[in-house]
Write a protein of this length. Structure first.
Length: 626
């Protein structure tokens, strides 16, 4: 027995020790922190602001140590929908969440509502939009409540939740059942704005509809300014809609009238302090003078109008009643912030106005601050709802700005200049357009072949002579800010034959030339480049006239000239695809060319100083964009 008791005590001790070991391990594991890693699935998400449990925590990409448990992760960036996700973190483990932000876009669709009774009032999300049949455009994507409310007995109200999809049209076909022992009536007229009455009671403006009518004979009357009233007896049949056409034919004498309509049939109309009931209201004939009109409806802001009645002048009032909203004032700790309600711009903050009761998305934006977005739920109340927004300073994405600057500097198309020593980048082509002296018009095209070589074609003219040239440039971009190269051009030209008015006969014009330029350039990426060159050229010109007088024939028709030139250019990058430039060069050694003298008369020889002003269009390259 003693041995058994000893064994039992030993087992209990071992069991207790085991529990202690397991509990210690569990506690140790629970106390270990968790690691959350947030990465960008695309370039647009990189640098987006991160909030964890509502607190700013940095930018994407991020690695952060957190306590184990459930955390709310939010990633946002201007112009993109906010990414939100609950993350369960386990102690001692690394959880990686890749994020791809989606651009914000307001997606809308349309809705067609039809019913078996025309003219029935249609409400979408509680707001009246017209009568059946009806097409409503610009509805935001998502669910909307469509209601067709009965104007009286005999009709059943209709309600349905409709899903609107972007760029699609949804259709609602409503059945408004008429009680089997009642009928309905619809009245149209050939005069717009005619007022229709049934059995002595106005029912609206044509086309007007009335339901829940007892079967049998009824009297319909239509009246319109400038016409005699039209009356017709109509028989209403149970369970059917009767359509009646009222036609005005005979003009009446001029009778003054007060006519009041409203977009809310349940509204009440008061004219000169007297209650006239629901619109439309017609007072005919009306007293001459000024009348005060007030239109009210529960839940809507009242409309007040004044109008005058006199000879050949009627008082026509249409009251657009707007639903009463909740008075709201929104303030922020940043001056000049902009307010957006449900994605619609409302102007600068502070802002004060009415908003419909219900849930709205409030967003406040300001440069240098993170966008503030929150959902607000407004309840109907006469008291002003004050909303104060505290905005946080945006974290400047220094690395992203540096990367953007480096990308701009490395963009081959933006940094391309055509007059520098460096050849065009491989795959980049340019078109040069210029004017100047003596070449009045010039067009050239170049394209990069290799890292050290490009080629070009040029056409230049000043009327007397048109040159065609092939150019090849070999060069080296020594550094980001310096390049050197050599440009070899070979070509020739032709011009119209010149007639000798003294001796008779025609003298043809042509030439051949070869030039070689040594170019040294200082680059200012991505703004442009300043270039200097020294060059030599050989020109063989067939021009039979004197260099000072183009009417005097010389004995030696062809002139061969070897010359040295010194020049420079300034080229400025205006946009990624357009440059402008100016170049000036002069002859420092060699004779004047006769063909460049006396171009427009006046006896002036070759000026030996030339200049061009032009623009360059760039295309191709590895990066196509703005």
């Amino acid at each position: 027995m003693q041995g058994l008791r000893g064994v039992g005590r030993f087992v209990r001790v071992v069991f207790v020790l085991g529990l202690l070991v397991v509990s210690s391990a569990a506690l140790a594991q629970g106390a270990s922190p968790a690691v959350l890693v947030i990465t960008a699935s695309d370039d647009a998400t990189s640098g987006a602001a991160i909030r964890i449990d509502g607190d700013p925590s940095g930018n994407v990409p991020l690695r952060k140590t957190l306590t184990p448990g459930r955390h709310l992760l939010q990633v946002g960036k201007r112009g993109f929908a906010t990414f939100s996700k609950w993350v369960d973190l386990v102690g001692g483990e690394v959880t990686t969440i890749p994020v791809a932000l989606q651009p914000q876009a307001v997606k809308t669709g349309s809705l067609l509502i039809t019913a078996d009774v025309t003219g029935m009032p249609v409400f979408i999300d509680g707001q009246r939009r017209g009568g059946t049949p009806l097409v409503v455009d610009g509805l935001t994507e998502g669910e909307h409540v469509v209601e067709i409310r009965s104007p009286g007995e005999g009709y059943h109200p209709f309600s349905k939740v409709v899903l609107i999809k972007a760029n699609e049209r949804a259709t609602v076909e409503a059945t408004i059942r008429v009680a089997p022992d009642l009928g309905s009536l619809r009245v149209i007229a050939n005069v717009p704005g005619a007022i229709i009455s049934l059995d002595g009671v106005d029912i609206g403006v044509a086309p007007a509809a009335k339901g829940a009518l007892p079967p049998g004979e009824h009297t319909v009357m239509a009246r319109a300014t400038g016409y005699e009233n039209v009356t017709q007896a109509v028989t209403v049949i149970a369970g059917r809609e009767r359509v009646v056409s009222m036609r005005f034919t005979t003009a009446s004498t001029d009778v003054a009238r007060v006519w009041v309509r409203a977009n809310v049939p349940e509204a009440t109309v008061t004219i000169d302090g007297e209650d006239y009931g629901n619109p439309p209201i017609t007072i005919e004939p009306a007293e001459f003078g000024t009348h005060a009109v007030v239109v009210r409806a529960p839940g809507y802001r009242e409309v007040r109008r004044t109008c005058s009645v006199g000879p050949s002048r009627n008082c026509d009032v249409y009251a657009e009643l707007n639903p009463l909203g909740v008075p709201v004032r929104i303030e922020a700790n940043v001056a000049g912030a902009q307010l957006f309600i449900d994605g619609e711009a409302r102007g600068p903050v502070p802002w004060e106005g009415d908003l419909p009761a219900g849930t709205h998305q409030l967003e406040v934006r300001a440069d240098g601050y993170e966008n503030h977005v929150e959902q607000i739920n407004l309840q109907k109340s006469p008291r002003v709802r004050l909303i104060q927004v505290i905005m946080s300073t945006a974290v400047v994405a220094v690395d992203q700005k540096r990367r953007d600057k480096e990308a701009e500097l490395d963009d081959p198309l933006r940094n391309t200049v055509t007059h520098a020593g460096a050849p065009l980048p491989v795959g980049v082509a340019t078109l040069d357009f210029s004017t100047g002296w003596p070449w009045l018009a010039s067009l050239g095209m170049r394209a990069g072949l290799t890292k050290f070589l490009d080629v070009g074609l040029y056409v230049t003219t000043f009327g007397r002579l048109t040159d065609f040239a092939v150019s090849t440039k070999a060069g080296w971009r020594v550094s980001r800010n310096f390049s050197l190269g050599g440009d070899l051009q070979i070509g020739g030209g032709v011009g119209p034959a010149q007639r000798d008015n003294i001796l008779g006969g025609s003298h043809p014009t042509n030439n051949f030339f070869i030039t070689l330029d040594a170019i040294f350039s200082l680059h200012f990426p991505p703004r442009g480049a300043l270039s200097l060159w020294i060059a030599g050229d050989f020109n063989s010109d067939r021009w039979d006239f004197d260099g000072r007088d183009s009417r005097t024939v010389v004995t030696s028709s062809r002139q061969n000239v070897v010359r040295a030139r010194l020049g420079g250019s300034l080229e400025i990058v205006v946009t990624r695809k357009w440059n402008v430039w100016i170049e000036v060069e002069g002859i420092v050694a060699g004779d004047r060319r006769r063909v460049l003298g006396d171009i427009f008369g006046g006896g002036n020889p070759d000026s030996r100083v030339y200049g061009q002003f032009g623009a360059t269009f760039k295309f191709g390259g590895a990066k196509e964009g703005s």
